[in-house]
Design a binder for this molecule. Structure first.
Ligand SMILES: NC(=O)c1ccc[n+]([C@@H]2O[C@H](COP(=O)([O-])OP(=O)(O)OC[C@H]3O[C@@H](n4cnc5c(N)ncnc54)[C@H](O)[C@@H]3O)[C@@H](O)[C@H]2O)c1
Length: 373
């Protein structure tokens, strides 16, 4: 079967998708592109020759079986809703929507329409980050007690003025980009118990809310998760990095290098998983460092994400980033924002990936006031 795929929103992220999607032919064919900006449409059409061009996505429904939605966040709910109602499967960029109520609308609509609704948590499809999750949850390199995730980027309004506006983004840097890492922490470390966020727009005055975030979360197991993200980095050494401290050493994910290195300064090479990795050809990179994993493919793993989306359409199975798990990470962020506003520690109980409820539970205080009463 060849799925006829439409792209709604042809900006920065659509460019990342379109760069690779033709490799997935004949499983899909890009039949329609939509953007309100004709210049963006023109540029996108170079990567999708033959696709019909639209400035109103409602007019393209008959050309598509499925769509990728890569719009400003305040448009996510209505666009995904209209597409599912028109019978289309939807791969919706993160975050799913900008309030809990909007996300719950989409969860209900997905169930009613029976369409596939996948959320674009692309790191869940990157083998490097998946391997890190496997090593953390599997415990073969020790029991994890602390995970730190750093992301140092420079993102200003050249991407679009909406990026700085909480009523269009749903929050600041943490909600917009940090949602990837809160999602991964919930996946890797389990049920959260409590946490704090402090953010600032110092250094990123174009952001009305925070352009720089610090999050600390305690999990039921006793493990701690920490996330530092900034959109103001004028220089970086860490880039995107993860350190997971375990009872046996430290696992060090380097996104740019595509490696996971085990650091062991205090004990020998007796760990069975390390011996197995060495026997399988793992590279020893200094007396206490072993590269235990190297990512086979470079770049954004949007094609793996779209492949999974197509699998779900073909088989009816649920995507890994289904709308319920996608809402849980946003709920954590809105509770963190709310607690920050009130100067207290956030209560994050009940927000694990396995604790989903369709009742609204986060209150409105941490969210933009866009839905009316
Ligand atoms: N997963 C990732 O790594 C990643 C990276 C960047 C962005 N994103 C996500 O992708 C989405 C889009 O972000 P972006 O950076 O590409 O933004 P962008 O501003 O570059 O692109 C958005 C596009 O939508 C168009 N648009 C606006 N209103 C429209 C409408 N009503 N109909 C059709 N087109 C319309 C704009 O003209 C623009 O071209 C967001 O959800 C963002 O969070 C994800």
């Amino acid at each position: 079967m060849t799925a006829r795929l439409g792209m709604i929103g042809c900006g920065t992220m659509a460019g990342a998708y379109l760069a690779g999607l033709r490799e997935l032919e004949p499983r899909l064919k890009i039949t329609a592109l939509c953007d309100i900006d004709p210049a963006k449409l023109d540029r996108a059409s170079k990567s999708a020759p033959g696709a019909k061009l639209f400035t109103d996505y409602h007019a393209m429904f008959s050309e598509c079986d499925a769509v990728v939605i890569a719009l400003p966040h305040d448009l996510h709910r209505d666009a995904a809703r209209d597409c599912m109602r028109a019978g289309l499967h939807v791969l919706l960029e993160k975050p799913m929507a900008i309030t809990e109520r909007q996300c719950l609308d989409l969860i209900r609509l997905q169930r009613e329409t029976g369409r596939v609704l996948a959320v674009g948590y692309v790191l869940r499809h990157d083998p490097l980050w998946s391997k890190m999750g496997e090593l953390i949850t599997g415990g073969s390199f020790g029991e994890v007690f602390h995970v730190s995730i750093w992301t140092e980027q420079f993102t200003d309004l050249s991407r679009g003025a909406w990026v700085g506006d909480p009523r269009r983004v749903g929050g600041g840097q943490l909600l917009s980009h940090g949602c990837h890492y809160i999602d991964l922490m919930l996946l890797w470390l389990g049920r959260p118990v409590s946490g704090t966020h402090v953010g600032t727009n110092r250094g990123t005055p174009w952001m009305k809310m925070e352009g720089t975030s610090n999050v600390a979360i305690r999990f039921e197991s006793g493990a701690l998760g920490y996330h530092f993200g900034t959109w103001g980095a004028r220089g970086t050494r860490l880039g995107y990095s993860v350190h997971a401290h375990t009872t046996e050493g430290m696992l060090d994910l380097d996104h740019a290098q595509g490696t996971i290195t085990l650091h062991r300064d205090r004990s020998g090479g007796d760990l069975p998983a390390l011996q197995a990795a060495l026997a399988a050809g793992a590279k020893v990179d200094g007396p206490t460092r072993t590269v235990v994993y190297r990512r086979p493919v470079e770049g954004k793993h949007t094609n793996a994400e779209v492949s999974e989306f197509l699998d779900c359409i073909e088989t009816g199975r649920e995507p890994v980033a289904n709308p319920r798990v996608s809402l849980q990470s946003l709920r954590v962020i809105w509770r963190l924002y709310d607690a920050e506003h009130h100067g207290v520690v956030a209560d994050l109980r009940g927000l694990g990936l396995d604790q989903f409820t369709e009742k609204p539970i986060v209150g409105t205080a941490g969210q933009p006031d866009v839905d009316g009463a």
